[in-house]
Design a binder for this molecule. Structure first.
Ligand SMILES: [Zn+2]
Ligand SMILES: [Zn+2]
Length: 263
C-alpha cells in the first residue's frame, strides 16, 4: 500500500522539527565555540520522542502507520493493540469500526530513519528474530529471500522487465505464505514457502499453482484455494485474506490448494 502524500508531509515536518531541536541544542551548548563543522552531533535523546513506540517505549520496529491519523507504532505492538481496540492509541480516532487492520501500513521511510539513527538496532533486531525462529524450529522468513519464488503469472521468465517501472510488485507490501497441496491428485510444490505482493489475488495464485502442478496456468479453473478450510473467492487479495482470515499473525499465511470440488 502506498502511503498518502500527507504522510510524506508529516515525515518532512518531523525531520524539520528534529532539525529545529538540534539547532536549539547547538545554540545552547556551543555559542562560544568557533566550530563551523557542517555536521553537528545531535543527542539521540532529543530525537527519541520521534522514533519511539508509545505502546512499548522501545525504538520503532517494523514501523507501522495508521493511515487515518498518521501515528506510528511497532507493527507487533499495534496489531496486538488492535485485537481489542479499533482506535488509535495516541489520538483515539476510530480507525475503522470493524476492520482497523485494513487501515495501517508499513512505514518504510520511518523505519529507515530509526535504523539510521540508532546504532546496531537493526543488527540486534535481526539477531533477536533469528533466535526466535530457531528456538521454535521454524524457518526464518527473511532468509527465504535468496531463493524465493514470486507469483508472476502475467509475464514469463524469459521476458526481461521493460523498464525500471516494472518491478514485479516487489516494492508493494509483501506477504509470506505457505502453500500446501491436499488430496492424492495434488503434489506438493518444490518450494511451499512463497513471498509475494500482498496485492496478488487468489486468481493469480490459482494460475501459479496450475502452472506448477499441471504445467498450464489455463487449468486454474481446476483449482480451489482454501484458508482455514474455507474456499477463497478468486478476486480477494492476499492482504484481504491475511487480515480477515489470518488475523495478521506473524507467521506465514497458511493456504491449501486442491482439485476443484463442484458443490
Ligand atoms: Zn512498540
Ligand atoms: Zn492517531
Amino acid at each position: 500500500m502506498v502511503l498518502p502524500s500527507s504522510s510524506m508531509f508529516l515525515m518532512f515536518s518531523r525531520i524539520q522539527s528534529i532539525k529545529e531541536e538540534s539547532q536549539l541544542e547547538t545554540l545552547d551548548e556551543d555559542v562560544s565555540s568557533s566550530d563551523t563543522m557542517m555536521e553537528r552531533r545531535i543527542r539521540l535523546k532529543s530525537v527519541n520522542v520521534h522514533i519511539t513506540c508509545t505502546l512499548c517505549s522501545g525504538y520503532l520496529i517494523d514501523a507501522t502507520t495508521i493511515t487515518e491519523c498518521l501515528h506510528t507504532f511497532c507493527k507487533s505492538c499495534l496489531v496486538q493493540y488492535l485485537d481489542d481496540n479499533n482506535t488509535c492509541p495516541t489520538c483515539e480516532i476510530v480507525i475503522h469500526q470493524s476492520h482497523p487492520l485494513n487501515y495501517i501500513s508499513h512505514d518504510r521511510t520511518m523505519q529507515d530513519i530509526v535504523y539510521k539513527l540508532v546504532p546496531e538496532l537493526q543488527e540486534n533486531e535481526l539477531r533477536r528474530q533469528q533466535q526466535f525462529y530457531k528456538s521454535r524450529g521454524v524457518p526464518f522468513p527473511k532468509s527465504i529471500g535468496a531463493n524465493e519464488e514470486c507469483v508472476e503469472t502475467e509475464r514469463t521468465h524469459t521476458q526481461p522487465p521493460d523498464s525500471d517501472t516494472q518491478d514485479y510488485h516487489r516494492s508493494d507490501e509483501q506477504v509470506n505464505i505457505c502453500l500446501e497441496g491436499r488430496g492424492v491428485s495434488m503434489r506438493n510444490l518444490k518450494r511451499k514457502f512463497i513471498r509475494c505482493s500482498s496485492q496478488a489475488t487468489i486468481m493469480q495464485l490459482k494460475k501459479f499453482v496450475a502452472l506448477k502442478v499441471f504445467n498450464s496456468s489455463a487449468k486454474h479453473t481446476d483449482i480451489d484455494i482454501l484458508c482455514n478450510d474455507a474456499i477463497l473467492g478468486k478476486d480477494h487479495t492476499l492482504k484481504f485474506i491475511s487480515v480477515t482470515s489470518w488475523q495478521a499473525k506473524d507467521t506465514p499465511l497458511m493456504l491449501h490448494y486442491r482439485q476443484r470440488v463442484d458443490l
